[in-house]
Write a protein that binds this ligand. Structure first.
Ligand code: FES
Ligand SMILES: [Fe+2]
Length: 452
């Protein structure tokens, strides 16, 4: 029987016994960036959350009509369209957006739908091409890179169309950190406002000087929200990733709710889980980190020395100087979530970005980008082409993907969770007040869009 909750604490105030993440940063004794010292949690209620919001086609329809066409979403990286005339197609739900680089490097986004008879200008997954105009593959009507009309074949037959009433439908487009974002709502607030704390926190972790070193796409057997939620908490580490508890501060992870759109977790790597009753020696933890225990210097912690070795190894591998990066930045899982569907990890060892897109109520597409620092010589490698995995394919088939085993464990859960949730006679889930607060925040913001 586990101990009951402390009745003296208000809901959401309880924390895992043992050292907090901030205690671990104190013990590191190095220059932890100010953003990682911020703690901002809010109790958001403890009501059950209905499973209906995952499986009900009416809810999915409401997401199409009120969510995806009104929120800022990362469409591509700027490096996907490096030259004038390059284009990238971003599909989301029933929508398709054509992102185009035009004159003077200006990036614009348009509905990927010809104003003649609706033909798509390019297919999903298209990138590059570097053409001087946007030409429809059906009848050849042609538009300039700023969306204005260029040419109508058989011009004599369209006297009613002109430069003013026949151009591409432009949508909002802006960039942050080398990511190109789009928003189909002309009245949406600017991206910089929507990003809440992200621009300030990431001043130190510039994402525009990173390049796409690896890109995977995998269909997951769950609703897009259910799949994302597996990545919004570290509560599942003990059971799902039990091999990691010797080196992961899971139950003492820190969760932050910065606003409607942005939340964060940070959990320490290279420390043992508070769940483990017996203390590992530092040599044992060092070995679990994949290092030779005999090289751990006397009096040094596994966490500190592993970070020091990674500083040296990655500085050489990436061709950049990482000597001033704190232990936490080097090692920890630092994950920012941006509503509705994007994740950014600014850490060095765990340097991922994710996005999730719905396919239908039971399936979604999960993309992982590994963003690596551009070498100090400034030569940016071309972005990696996506590796496409089928629903049953393992991440271990991707060469050089260190986190493959962990990702397989996360995604292997999804079909059973989806089917179990459908079989639930209770019809709802009950969330933890602290560790699962980011899931509640996601649904709180989603409700605001659906209901307004
Ligand atoms: S549909 Fe595009 S030119 Fe006809
Ligand atoms: Fe996980």
């Amino acid at each position: 029987m586990t101990k009951p909750a402390d009745p003296k604490l208000a809901p959401g105030e309880a924390r895992c016994p043992g050292p907090s993440l901030q205690d671990i940063y104190d013990a590191d004794g190095d220059a932890v960036p100010a953003a990682m010292r911020v703690e901002q949690y809010e109790f958001l209620g403890d009501e059950d959350l209905s499973f209906d919001r995952y499986f009900n086609p009416d809810f999915e329809k409401a997401e199409h009509e009120r969510l995806w066409n009104r929120t800022w979403q990362w469409a591509c990286r700027e490096e996907h369209i490096p030259a004038k005339g390059d284009r990238y197609v971003y599909d989301i739900g029933p929508y398709s957006i054509l992102v185009v680089r035009g004159e003077n490097g200006k990036i614009r986004a348009f509905a990927n739908s010809c104003p003649h008879r609706g033909m798509q200008f390019a297919r999903a997954g298209s990138a590059g091409v570097k053409r001087a105009t946007i030409r429809c593959p059906f009848h050849g009507m042609t538009f300039n890179l700023d969306g204005s009309l260029n040419e109508i074949p058989c011009r004599w037959d369209f006297p009613h169309l002109n430069e003013d009433n026949f151009r591409l439908t432009e949508v909002q487009c802006d960039s942050w950190g080398g990511f190109v974002f789009i928003n189909m709502d002309p009245d949406a607030p600017p991206l910089a406002e929507y990003l809440e704390v992200i621009p300030e926190h990431f001043k130190l972790w510039t994402m525009d000087d990173r390049y796409v070193a690896l890109h995977s796409e995998k269909i997951l057997p769950a609703n897009w929200k259910m799949a994302m939620e597996a990545f919004l908490e570290a509560f599942h580490v003990l059971e799902t990733h039990s091999q990691a508890v010797a080196t992961a501060g899971d139950a003492n992870a820190q969760y932050d709710i910065f606003g409607k759109n942005v939340s964060r977790f940070m959990h320490a790597i290279g420390v043992q889980s508070p769940h483990i009753q017996t203390d590992f020696t530092q040599k044992q933890i060092f070995a679990k980190l994949g290092r030779d225990p005999d090289i751990l210097p006397e009096g040094e912690t596994a966490r500190a020395y592993h970070a020091q070795l990674l500083r040296e190894e990655y500085s050489e591998k990436f061709g950049v100087d990482l000597s001033d990066r704190s232990t936490g930045e080097m090692l920890d899982s630092i994950e920012y979530f941006l509503f509705p569907n994007a994740f950014f990890f600014p850490g060095i060892n765990i340097r991922l970005s994710y996005r999730f897109r719905p396919i239908d109520v039971d399936h979604c597409l999960h993309e992982i980008l590994i963003l690596q620092p551009v070498p100090a010589n400034g030569e940016r490698p071309a972005p990696a082409k996506p590796v496409r995995l089928g629903i049953d394919d393992s991440y271990t088939t991707i060469e050089g993907f260190d986190l493959a085993e962990i990702l397989d464990q996360d995604t292997d859960n999804l079909m059973m969770q989806r089917n179990g949730a459908k079989a639930s006679l209770k019809g709802a889930q009950s969330l933890g007040n602290y560790q699962e607060a980011r899931i509640r925040n996601l649904h709180r913001t989603l409700d605001e869009y659906i209901k307004s």
